[in-house]
Design a protein around this ligand. Structure first.
Ligand code: F6R
Length: 250
């Protein structure tokens, strides 16, 4: 894993946005693996800006998001499809038909998971996977003890994740208890991945992810096995790392 510590959140967001932009410029048909959550909002904001000011072209890109809540339709304002359309897809020139999220409202969730996995494989696989990290150490919604050979499937969200996201739903009782997520193995198969973590709340889990023993108790530690994984942090998220890390001038 390459760990890059930026002086502040804006610089960390800028670097991640530039890594994505670089991928898209080098490979206009890039298959992007995308994430949602609060951390990613400013990344999408910056990519939209790069599209508007520098003509960053997503017209031939294809995307697969990590996860979606079970039971939410695409037009539900809490769904990740709604988040992606609002913050990114509708503001750039990506063809909506080439954007994919699992359908959390599918009648047959098992089949939906298999289809999603097959669609990723048929596309040729993910070139660049963007990742956030939850305080449980989840990547996507792979909660602690997710098997490392797991693939796209329905999972139960743990209490800590519900606590962290409840305010976005107006209370824990309104939040779905299940989600469809790409599996750990699906994520590890991406050709490159970039994980962005910012803020002091992520410092402990970031240190465990980077410096701890790889264990299914902390799903993000599986990234230690990924051949091309970059972790971008701001100073706050890097605050509990014990070793000196490279500072990027990028
Ligand atoms: C969402 C996802 C999650 C989030 C994580 C961090 O698609 O994959 O793993 O990245 O929960 O969320 P925030 O950024 O809200 O702290």
């Amino acid at each position: 894993m390459e760990v890059i510590i930026q002086p502040n959140t804006d610089a960390a967001v800028e670097l991640v946005s530039q890594l994505i932009a670089r991928e898209v410029r080098a490979n206009p048909r890039a298959i992007l693996g995308l994430a949602t959550g609060r951390t990613m909002e400013s990344v999408y904001g910056r990519l939209v800006q790069l599209h508007r000011t520098e003509g960053l072209d997503f017209s031939r890109c294809c995307s697969f998001n990590l996860d979606e809540y079970v039971g939410l339709r695409a037009d539900d304002k809490h769904s990740y499809r709604h988040y992606m359309n609002r913050l990114f897809f509708n503001q750039v020139n990506i063809d909506l038909r080439n954007t994919h999220l699992p359908d959390g409202a599918a009648a047959d969730l098992e089949t939906e998971c298999q289809l999603y996995e097959r669609r990723i494989q048929e596309s040729g696989g993910i070139d660049l996977q963007l990742l956030g990290i939850g305080q449980t150490g989840h990547i996507g919604f792979n909660e602690p003890l997710s098997p490392w050979n797991s693939r796209t499937r329905v999972v139960t969200l743990v209490a800590e994740t519900i606590r962290q996201n409840a305010s976005l739903f107006g209370g824990a009782d309104k939040m779905p208890r299940h989600a469809i997520t790409m599996g750990v193995a699906t994520i590890l198969e991406s050709k490159k991945c970039v994980l962005l973590a910012t803020g002091t709340a992520k410092a402990r889990i970031v240190a465990q992810t980077i410096e701890g023993t790889a264990t299914t108790s902390i799903p993000a530690t599986a990234l230690q096995l990924h051949p091309h994984c970059t972790i971008v942090l701001d100073e706050a998220a890097a605050g509990e790392l014990s070793r000196t890390r490279r500072r990027s001038q990028d």
